[in-house]
Write a new protein. Structure first.
Length: 287
């Protein structure tokens, strides 16, 4: 099982190339902050615009930078099951703990198709697998009954839950499979998820004010809900601000202004944030 505050770490760019010195600096920074683990090459890592050579190089470099200090689950998902099984062989070359694999997008399979997709992936690797359900990006929801079936497979150990349906999330948390982790991917649902027994969060917002998210997690685990609520009020407005425009662009801007990365570049179709949002972020962070 996995737990705690995990970082779906951004991919920094400089002059349209992956900025590996900045990536190394971020790894050191977030390990020092106490992050529980990294999930590179996910949505926040701009995986749709990462080419094959960059994909493997990023895995190789982040494994080297982390050097076994915290676990790594690599984003490895798609809507072509055969191609994904081949991609697993690239991931398996490196000392990672597992993969984060998104529900197939665009072709909108049935629940049985989703099950068979992940069953094939499970059979193809010994790596641990965290499922990722985010229907507002993929176009299809992975229902709880499908999650229960998949949790029976040998190496499917958890879920990043971004289903966007509070009722579904609550039912899953209250009736979750044994030895199966449920971590929220909805940053604004972090407190609620923990209160219902969730295991943590895989949250883009944790790039900023990382210690506050970790402190909130720890006090919730100690059943100090009153202190946790105070801590939650201190970060909840930050979350909404960081998602005012396309993720991860507001986060990249804040990290750039803080000197943690050399540029707030992204690749099209993502573009820099608006002047209005820059002004708001500067006000919040004293710039």
């Amino acid at each position: 099982m996995i737990e705690g505050v995990w970082l779906p770490i951004i991919t920094p760019f400089l002059n349209d190339h992956v900025d590996f010195p900045a990536l190394k600096k971020m790894v050191e920074h977030y390990i020092d902050k106490g992050i529980y683990g990294f999930m590179p090459l996910a949505t926040t890592g701009e995986i749709p615009t990462i080419d094959e050579l960059e994909y493997e190089e990023i895995i190789a470099q982040i494994v080297e930078y982390v050097n076994g200090r915290v676990p790594i689950f690599v984003g490895c998902g798609g809507n072509d099951t055969r191609r994904l099984v081949k991609q697993l062989k690239i991931v398996e070359k490196y000392k990672v703990n597992g993969i984060l694999s998104v529900c197939p997008f665009y072709n909108r399979p049935s629940q049985e198709g989703i099950y068979e997709h992940f069953r094939k992936i499970s059979e193809a690797t010994d790596l641990d697998i965290v499922l990722y359900n985010i229907p507002y990006r993929t176009g299809i929801n992975m229902e709880n009954e499908t999650i229960y079936r998949l949790a029976e497979l040998k190496n499917i150990i958890g879920l990043k839950d971004s289903c966007g349906d509070t009722k579904q999330s609550m039912q899953l948390l209250l009736n979750r499979p044994e030895n199966f982790s449920v971590l929220t991917g909805e940053d604004c649902f972090f407190y609620n998820s923990l209160a219902l027994g969730g295991d943590g969060g895989i949250m883009a917002s944790a790039h900023i004010e990382t210690e506050k998210f970790i402190a909130l997690y720890k006090v919730m685990k100690n059943n100090d809900h009153h202190d946790a609520l105070k801590k939650w009020r201190d970060v909840v407005d930050l979350i909404s601000l960081l998602f005012k425009e396309s993720n991860p662009m507001p986060i990249k801007y804040v990290l750039y202004r803080a000197g943690l990365i050399h540029s707030d570049e992204a690749r099209l179709p993502l573009v820099p944030i608006s002047a209005q949002l820059k002004k708001k972020l500067d006000q919040v962070f004293g710039r």
